[in-house]
Design a protein around this ligand. Structure first.
Ligand code: HPA
Length: 272
């Protein structure tokens, strides 16, 4: 709790108490939304007390505070993954900090492999539910009673109202046919999956698989924050389409989808 409060105090002192209402976490290869933000304050993660520093090259490691689609937002340009060696409390610290800065909803994006045979590369998938296959979660340990309950409910981890608005926005933007919905499975990584693992993930009910998002969503639900989460399908992992993947292909597929993701998030913000 003290680590969280120190980070909050630093950010407040350096931003004349700017109060964001929406937090946005940008995933692998999905940093460009930041260019659309009318930035008022930019803080490097390295300067924020207790903030981990991102080790992944495709993540910038900056907190931006400003307006997007007329709304005050806090954008985390770069996130922390379990495979980087961070602890779960480190991974979710930014979410908790943003909540104490004032956000009342959280938008999350990620790059993910497509398991549903109806998905195509660069489709967006609105996450409707998830399966946590990470070996631990951020709520293990003494409960931070100031933040949320010991046993948070996960009946609806992804906010129904935000999902409805996102679906409507996708259709209005002409993105209906490339905007899917489904279940996201979180795995530790950093290696991608074997063919047998992809088949297993599909069998247990996942439509997409990735290495992030679920810890942040669990922390957000603990805090009572409504969440909208969107995967960008960067590679296809079902029989017939599976082939060796390199990170440059994943980044290229993310780049193609990025303008659609940005437009969608802006439209949902505008509808607020
Ligand atoms: N598996 C896990 N994580 C991923 C994948 C994948 O196929 N694609 C993008 N992130």
């Amino acid at each position: 709790m003290q680590a969280i409060q120190e980070a909050v105090a630093y950010i407040q002192a350096h931003t004349t108490n700017f109060r964001p209402t929406t937090g946005i976490i940008l995933g692998t290869g999905l940093g460009a939304l930041a260019q659309e933000v009318d930035v008022q304050h930019e803080i490097s993660y390295a300067d924020i007390p207790n903030f981990p520093v991102s080790t992944v090259e495709s993540h910038a490691g900056r907190l931006l505070l400003g307006t997007l689609a007329g709304q005050p937002v806090a954008v985390l340009q770069g996130r922390f993954h379990y495979y980087e060696g961070y602890t779960m409390p480190q991974i979710v610290l930014p979410v908790r900090v943003l909540k104490l800065l004032g956000i009342s909803q959280l938008f999350v994006s990620n790059a993910a492999g497509g398991l549903n045979p109806e998905f195509a590369i660069s489709d967006l998938m609105l996450i409707e539910d998830h399966i946590n296959l990470l070996p631990t979660n951020p709520l293990i340990g003494p409960n931070l009673n100031d933040l949320g309950p010991r046993f948070p409910d996960m009946y609806a981890p992804y906010d129904a109202d935000l999902l409805t608005r996102a679906r409507a926005a996708a259709v209005a933007l002409g993105q209906g046919s490339t905007t899917q919905r489904g279940v996201y499975a979180a795995v530790p990584g950093p290696m991608l999956e074997t063919p047998a693992e992809y088949r297993y993930l599909r069998t247990i009910g996942a439509d997409a698989v990735g290495m992030s998002t679920v810890p942040e969503v669990i922390a957000a639900r603990h805090l009572g924050l409504p969440v909208l989460a969107v995967s960008v399908i960067t590679d296809l992992c079902y029989p017939g389409q599976l082939k060796p993947v390199v990170i440059s292909d994943i980044l290229a597929a993310a780049a193609v989808a990025e303008p659609r993701l940005t437009a969608l998030m802006k439209a949902v913000l505008m509808a607020a």
